[in-house]
Design a protein around this ligand. Structure first.
Ligand code: ADP
Ligand code: ZN
Length: 530
């Protein structure tokens, strides 16, 4: 270590003690800060709650000039700046929500060298007043927060982030630090390339969140299952419930409220005032449940979120990890709970088929969905799968996820898979027909429904050959075949179709191990007896 970095490290610790009142750095914070204080570029991958902010705030205080923080979270800038000011840090922001006189005051402070930290929106940096202002100022560093917004594959993509490679061209001597809680190698490489950070030092923290208990259950009555969970394990706790659609957000918030849980809705269809008011209440009050689309949550710093529940399947493991990561920032035990069913798969495949973008884009979305399904259907430790997805090691058993706590029984589902796939094959080959999962299951169970009679499906050779399993178990078989790529769904009605690999099962070349469906959902709270 050179004496310059040694000096930087001393000053960094001094600032940490004096301004924040913390005794020591956490994890890699100290290394990251020394590196940036010494003028190096950095790319930091650290989970939510890991302490990313200090990684740029302290170097901004230690180095000469103003630290410029690029953040997409315009709605939170005021709060962030207020929080810094109460610590005595000279902070300000520039964005489109300000009055001209407010902007002028901030600009003057920058020119007079009276600001330590300046928050700006990415769109402000492209051209116009902000870059001209910065040309006349001394800049300590650029921090690019939520750097995964530059990834075109991610669900937080912001086109303005693509323009940020200009920072290096315009101010080549100013160190840059990009930070994100998104952890895959692919995203990391994409950030490095797009932000022109190929020479930056990469810091990757462990993505394990040991205090979060992961649980994934089969969905049957999702709102009721959720209510049972809250009553049994999280009465009076603050939490976030994610739903895919605005309509489902509204319905779920009403359902919870009607059942004595204080719940508020949040989605992009609500007017800005209501959204801001609901968010403020969630942050300020104790024990509120926010029912939201994924529009809610990025940058929300509420330490005591005790649970994050998903009523619909997230589109990717990255999304799932980010959203569940909002639970338990304070390190206390928290729950990540997801209910997922066959309909989720059908719906998401449909969304991918009809999505904009080219073939490669759709294939990418499909791979993300497949990885998410594999996490749902695994018989192994959830945490292990999650960390493996991010290229990180973990013990074989974490002891704090549903599969570790109540190991699911694995069973040889090869014969069941053959029965199901040959039903799909026969419908297709002998009848030229495609149906959804429901019809195939009715055929296997030998149910004489109107639809079975109408299409004479009771004449198929697979009719009634599957009575050894219950309907819920057959749905599990379908889900698991989908998750393993041995079956696929397509079209508006989610019709089942064979894949290139289905033949391996039909020809008995493959053993298909499956996860046993629990008898009944265990989340039910015991009801009072009369
Ligand atoms: P992130 O942005 O990575 O989600 P934050 O920067 O918001 O995380 O930090 C999470 C919490 O941890 C904050 O309340 C922060 O004050 C606290 N924190 C960060 N670093 C330290 C530290 N070295 N010692 C004690 N608390 C810390
Ligand atoms: Zn586990």
């Amino acid at each position: 270590m050179t004496s310059a970095t040694g000096l930087g490290a001393d000053r960094a610790i001094e600032v940490l003690n004096r301004v924040w009142g913390y005794p020591a750095f956490r994890g890699a914070q100290g290394d990251i800060i020394s590196h940036v204080v010494a003028g190096g570029d950095a790319l930091v991958l650290m989970p939510t709650g890991g302490g990313k902010s200090l990684c740029y705030q302290i170097p901004a205080l230690v180095r000469d000039g103003v630290g410029v923080v690029v953040s997409p979270l315009i709605a939170l800038m005021q709060d962030q700046v207020d929080a810094l000011r109460t610590l005595g840090v000279r902070a300000g922001f520039l964005n489109s929500t300000q009055e001209p006189h407010e902007r002028r005051a901030v600009e003057q402070a920058v020119l007079a060298g009276e600001l330590d930290l300046l928050y700006v929106a990415p769109e402000g940096l492209g051209a116009g007043a902000v870059p001209r202002l910065l040309d006349q100022a001394r800049i300590a560093l650029f921090a690019i927060d939520e750097a995964h917004c530059v990834s075109q594959w991610g669900h937080d993509f912001r086109p303005d982030y693509l323009g940020l490679s200009m920072l290096h061209e315009r101010w080549p001597d100013v160190p840059r630090i990009a930070l994100t809680a998104t952890a895959t190698d692919a995203t990391r490489r994409e950030i490095a390339t797009r932000l022109d950070l190929t020479d930056a030092r990469h810091f990757t923290a462990s993505f394990d969140r040991p205090n979060i208990r992961y649980r994934i259950v089969a969905k049957n009555e999702p709102r009721r299952q959720l209510l049972d969970l809250l009553r049994a394990e999280h009465p009076g706790d603050a939490g976030i419930v994610y739903c895919l659609s605005r309509a489902s957000v509204e319905k779920t918030a009403e359902f919870l409220s009607a059942n004595g849980v204080v719940a508020l809705p949040y989605h992009a269809g609500l007017d800005a005032r209501t959204r801001a008011a609901n968010q403020a209440r969630f942050l300020r009050e104790d024990g509120l449940v926010m029912v939201a689309t994924i529009a809610f949550g990025m940058g929300i710093d509420k330490p005591d979120v005790r649970f994050v529940a998903h009523l619909d399947l997230p589109k990717s493991v990255e999304g799932y990890y980010q959203e569940t990561g909002r639970a338990g920032r304070d390190g206390l035990p928290s729950t990540a709970w997801l209910a997922y069913g066959l309909q989720d798969v059908v719906q998401q495949r449909k969304m991918i088929e009809t999505s904009d973008g080219d073939q490669a884009h759709r294939r990418n979305l499909s791979q993300h969905l497949d990885a998410m399904l594999a996490l749902c259907e695994t018989v192994e430790c959830r945490r292990g799968r999650l960390l493996a997805y991010f290229g990180q090691e973990s013990p074989a058993q974490c002891g704090n996820c549903d599969t570790c706590l109540e190991p699911p029984e694995a069973w040889d589902g090869t014969v069941a898979a053959q029965k199901l796939l040959s039903t799909v094959l026969r419908l297709q080959r002998e009848r030229g027909q495609k149906f959804g999962a429901g019809q195939s299951i009715d055929i296997l169970l030998g149910r004489e429904t109107d639809k079975v009679r109408q299409f004479r499906h009771h004449e198929l050779s697979t009719w009634g050959i599957g009575t050894e399993l219950r309907e819920a178990e057959w749905r599990g078989v379908v889900r698991q075949l989908l998750a393993q790529g041995l079956l696929s769904v397509e079209g508006e009605y989610g019709t089942l179709v064979l894949t290139d690999r289905s033949g391996e099962v039909l020809r008995k070349e493959l053993t298909v191990m499956m996860r046993r469906e629990p008898e009944r959902q265990r989340a039910r709270a015991p009801r009072a007896r009369g």
